[in-house]
Design a protein around this ligand. Structure first.
Ligand code: ATR
Length: 281
């Protein structure tokens, strides 16, 4: 749509930025809701990230998403960060306030939970959750599950120290588990979430046997390229309900869009199909 002089502008900063799907996603919503606005990929070199964020209010830009490698640096650059960003240790959404200050937040936990709840019958009281991985994505998932009332979270990671760090920080029923002990925790799980990079296109497969997992447990892979990972295919074969990772990407974008453009966007099958068609090319 043609922009007027009043168009609202937002974008995503990263380095590199060409891989980002956010411009496609926000572009779809801007068109769908006929909003006078634009969402731009912003390639910002590492030495410029602070100046680039500080320039947002000077340019009248409404805010920005942040992707690799800026999510951690933004914690100290923003004038304030919300509780979620602080706990997760990363900012993925920056809103320019009316007074020109920068508010940082993290919407990954929100996106994870919205996707899980809209795509499955899983409930926090169903039992324990087993999380594979202990990186930034695992932190968002653990924060989301704790806030939603899950009382027993088993964090399984190849490097046990990273799982221990998360378990100690978040406390509240979190336990660190060695990778070779995954079977012991799977047998009591109501939810299994893969947050590792295993199974992602170009990465090794996630080799894990699901034998011990109850067949009613929900299996969620946050990987979305490919959409149906080996983990999800194996889980579905034995009857487990499965949730793919695309919805988390779509839902995490909603709070930023609504803050910058003034409209609560919906995650629809039309949006999913549009992004999926573009993931393949
Ligand atoms: P993100 O911030 O996106 O979660 P990350 O911090 O790089 O990414 O974390 C990647 C996760 O995938 C980690 O849990 C990592 O395990 P380690 O902490 O032991 O590195 C996990 N991972 C990556 N490759 C792996 C492999 N070959 N085997 C087991 N786990 C792997």
């Amino acid at each position: 749509m043609t922009l007027s002089g009043k168009a609202k502008i937002a974008g995503v900063m990263g380095w590199p930025i060409s891989h980002s799907r956010s411009p496609l996603l926000h572009g779809y919503w801007l068109k769908e809701y006929e909003i006078d606005g634009a969402y731009l990929p912003l390639p910002v070199a590492p030495q410029n990230i602070e100046a680039a964020l500080r320039a947002l209010p000077k340019l009248g830009i409404a805010g920005t998403n942040l992707t690799v490698p800026y999510k951690e640096a933004a914690l100290t650059i923003c004038d304030r960060v919300d509780e979620a960003a602080r706990r997760i240790g990363a900012v993925n959404t920056v809103v320019v306030e009316n007074d020109g200050t920068l508010s940082g937040s993290n919407t990954d936990a929100f996106g994870f939970l919205e996707n899980l709840k809209s795509e499955s019958c899983w409930k926090p009281k169903d039992g324990s959750a087993v999380i594979l991985g202990a990186g930034g994505a695992a932190r968002a998932v653990v924060a989301a599950l704790i806030d939603d009332g899950v009382q027993d979270i088993q964090i399984v990671n190849r490097t046990i120290e990273r799982a221990e760090n998360i378990a100690n920080e978040f406390a509240n029923g979190c336990t660190a588990v060695r990778w070779d002990q995954v079977d012991d925790v799977l047998k009591d799980a109501a939810l299994l979430v893969n947050t590792t990079t295993l199974g992602m296109a170009g990465q090794p497969d996630l080799e894990i046997t699901l034998k011990a997992l109850p067949t009613w447990a929900t299996v969620n892979d946050i990987v979305y390229v490919p959409l149906r990972t080996t983990l999800l295919r194996n889980a579905a074969k034995r009857g487990n309900p499965t949730v793919d990772g695309l919805g988390m990407l779509l839902h995490q974008a909603r709070p930023g869009f609504s803050a910058w453009f003034g409209k609560q966007p919906q995650v629809t099958t039309g949006l999913r199909d549009f992004i999926l068609a573009n993931l393949k090319t």
